[in-house]
Write a protein that binds this ligand. Sequence first.
Ligand SMILES: Cc1ncc(COP(=O)(O)O)c(C=O)c1O
Length: 370
Amino acid sequence: MNIHEIYTPAILLNLDYMEHNLKKYCDAAAAHGKQIWPMIKTHKSTELARLQTECGCTGFLCGTLDEAEAMAADGAKNVMYAYPVATDTSIVRVIKLAQMCNFIIRIDDLDAAGAIDAAAAQAGVKVNYTIIVDSGLHRFGVKPEKVLEFAEEMKRFQNLVFKGISTHPGHVYGAACEADVPKYCEDERKSVALAADALRNAGYALEIVSSGSTPTFWGALDDENIQIYHPGNYIFNDAIQLSTNTATEDECALYVLASVISHPSEDLYICDAGAKCLGLDQGAHGNTSIKGFGVVKGHPELTVYSLSEEVGKFHVEGKTDLKVGDKVLIIPNHSCSTANLTSYYVGVRGEEVERLIPVDIRGNSTKKNI
Ligand SMILES: Cc1ncc(COP(=O)(O)O)c(C=O)c1O
């Protein structure tokens, strides 16, 4: 089937571009003797996680416990949960996961640690953890200079097993251009070094030193401390990665196929893909370099300047050959958000549809305890 025969809007995944991305990052990591445990909240798909393993990824970082459970059930050996766990309902799931695989949680709070420790004691299991280091995002984590003190406090929890440190330099998404990225890599490397040195000097063995984001991957790959990298967005890339030159257009693998349905005035075209496909995301953590709500492939004269739920508006600057009835491909600003708005990706090679790939680990699609 040709993509022009597909009902629109549809979320397409260019399999060639995606496979290129997976191989590019895994090959680079292997050349540096490093591991990739990709963040899978980007794609939320068991099938794509398996492809990542085939490419050489040796574990997974998960953005939800649903994802962690799906990975453990699928036989993954190393599964890490990215965010703190604090409630009884989540701790029950953590205890089960700890019995299924090499499961690692991240901790930045002593009260939460105490609650997990008590549940682990009751279940007779040990729970592995890393300490979250704040490398500049100021979202979670312990300041690098306080990590040793925090680790010492954690020693009182007999059922929690210290494995090392983790961070995410997500403030890189405040970068407006390529030249801005190195300073975020510096933050990442310096914070990790500060925490790792303090811990090692105090006699701690660091089995895991993990960090990562797609934009900082290349500038942090030769870091002497970081051994495990957690890029997520790299599998698809998007307009935000284009804005910092982290990816080329041919490395943006996920796009929205839309039909042009109206041309009410000279400089205005309207398509049938709106916020429910493209998302309203204009960049996390303060990115100001993004114009509109996506990049229309092959049409630099168009800006997706406004979205309502099912409809998008293109503003034309200069000349365009666009006609009502045409189909266009739009690279979303943030592919992770777009991916979360579909139940399956239409996997394509060029213009031919190859297969549908289920997005089977989306939030609220696994209401296990209701
Ligand atoms: C904790 C954590 N690690 C890694 C990532 C992956 O970052 P990126 O999507 O830039 O590759 C994310 C994404 O938000 C994250 O929250």
